[in-house]
Design a protein around this ligand. Structure first.
Ligand code: GLY
Length: 507
């Protein structure tokens, strides 16, 4: 059997490794923009081939699949989905594990995702507004922000998936800060507009959502068009530095607990989150008339106002979250792929090892905002030290040259995983390993990573937050006011922003 993967990061390395573990002994083929050293090794070992190509070019990717006589294609990142790689591959008769273009809108357009959720009345919703331009956003905020309370505490986001970047929260805690807050808001909206100007595939540029607060977690799933199968929960940590400070990145590290749950999320919350993801899959299938074959994920938050709340959706596995679950997967992944293609996922027993995992990403300084600075540094990795420390190495944004030397690609460079009885134990294992400095840039350029991912302190902090939020949403739930919002306007009286939004969506 021949399996071809698309995409060149650590998530794809973990996917390639899961494929290579299969009892089908597949030949592994791969297409990515940089030559990932870990995937390349798997390709060579299994007798496959590796091509460097633009992974957003459907014709080029599908031609390679045809030329190599591939049996199944699997897509890792989101942009190939947004550009219709699965559509073109399947048009040529090759089954693909990846969300087709129309389905991947659920990730590409955060506004479409939210509209769909409101339209189908799926729990875990947030109030939102979208704008096509800076001027429109500022005009609207000026008009309403002083009176509509939810507009005073908002998250400002690019309306398109932006690799985890560009979310800013604005809170109005003190009146004297208004001027500064307004300037901050304006600056960020201007930044979003500029950032979005490189994308011609979406008209809405700016998304404003009510600001919520609580612990985040990712629920990744397999989908076959009929059945959605949830995987163990993972928590990703987006900020660049310890204690959740610094710019937002694609994710600096992630962890899982044992038994499918995180130490601070209950089984009931897992089940409710899974119902939300299932309902979103049904909704997107209904409006597009397409069958969803591949991975999907709900990036969730436990919030006071809604309980398990949907923040975003991924039309793929997360990175690094995909590394945790692929390393834990016990069932043969090709068996799962075949079941997805034949839409009989409900018949397959999908199992994961009952262990905790931690993944820590390392990136060159400059990432995420000044990627040019993080690029083209010579890379050295002592794989033996990592192995002897009981850890696993996943190569990310690194290019393997023809002569065997390696250079950094400007993004997260490697991800290190460890198993343990608890995230804390796995985290300590990685810390011990990294103390020996097995990963370096030979020109002396600095690398950074977060020492706190999965640590005792991090878990304690997340647990405290989750307990507070849970008390509040349960309190609302018991009184039948979960999801209720009320505003008050002078001369108007009480208003219901949910009703208003629903009316707006009908127009
Ligand atoms: N870890 C966040 C993402 O995959 O987008």
């Amino acid at each position: 059997m021949k399996i071809m993967g698309v995409g060149g990061g650590a998530r794809e390395h973990a996917l390639a490794e899961a494929i290579a573990r299969s009892t089908y002994s597949p030949k592994v083929y791969w297409v990515s923009e940089l030559r990932n050293p870990g995937i390349y090794r798997i390709v060579k070992k299994t007798g496959g081939e590796y091509a460097l190509a633009k992974t957003t070019d459907p014709i080029r990717v599908a031609e390679l699949a045809e030329r190599w006589g591939i049996d199944i294609v699997v897509v890792g990142p989101e942009e190939p989905n947004f550009h219709g790689i699965p559509d073109e591959v399947e048009r040529r008769g090759i089954p693909c594990i990846g969300a087709k273009q129309k389905l991947s809108i659920i990730e590409m357009s955060k506004a479409e995702m939210r509209r769909l959720q409101w339209r189908f009345n799926i729990p875990g919703k947030l109030l939102f507004k979208t704008y096509r331009s800076y001027e429109e956003a500022i005009r609207d905020l000026e008009k309403h922000a002083e009176t509509l309370t939810w507009l005073q505490n908002v998250a400002l986001k690019p309306a398109r998936q932006a690799g985890g970047k560009g979310v800013k929260v604005v809170e109005d805690v003190q009146a004297y800060l208004r001027k500064e807050k307004r300037q901050f808001k304006e600056r960020h909206i201007r930044w979003i507009e500029q950032y979005m100007s490189k994308y011609g595939d979406i008209e809405e540029r700016i998304l404003i959502e009510e600001k919520v607060w609580g612990p985040e977690y990712t629920l990744q799933c397999f989908v076959d068009g009929k059945t959605v199968v949830g995987m163990p929960l993972v928590q990703d940590n987006k900020h660049a530095y310890e204690y959740d400070i610094g710019p937002e990145t694609g994710g600096m590290g992630s962890y899982t607990g044992k038994g499918y749950l995180l130490p601070f999320i209950t089984k009931e919350e897992y089940d409710r989150s899974l119902e939300i993801v299932k309902a979103m899959v049904n909704a997107i299938q209904k409006v597009t008339g397409e069958r969803y074959h591949g991975f999907i994920a709900g990036q969730m938050m436990l919030t006071e106002v809604e309980g398990p709340t949907l923040i975003e959706m991924y039309s793929r596995l997360g990175d690094p979250e995909g590394v945790n679950v692929m390393a834990m997967l016990k069932t043969d992944i090709i068996e799962i792929f075949e079941a997805i293609i034949d839409e009989r996922l409900s018949k397959v027993k999908i199992e994961f090892s009952d262990v905790a995992t931690v993944v820590k990403a390392m990136a060159p300084k400059g990432y995420p905002d000044f990627r040019d600075l993080a690029k083209n540094h010579p890379v050295y990795v002592d794989e033996k030290v990592i192995e002897e420390a009981g850890c696993k190495l996943y190569w990310g944004s690194v290019h393997l040259n023809e002569d065997g030397s390696m250079k950094s690609g400007g993004s997260r460079m490697i991800e290190i995983l460890a198993f343990g009885d608890s995230p804390q134990e796995a985290s300590v294992k990685i810390e011990e390993c990294l103390k020996k400095k097995p990963v370096r840039l030979l020109d002396g350029w600095q690398l950074f990573y977060r020492t706190d991912i999965g640590s005792e302190e991090m878990i304690r902090k997340r647990t405290e937050i989750a307990e507070r939020v849970r008390r509040l949403y349960k309190y609302r739930e018991e009184r039948g006011i979960l999801g209720k919002r009320v505003d008050w306007l002078p001369k108007v009286g009480r208003i219901d922003p949910v009703k208003n939004l629903l009316e707006e969506l009908k127009r």
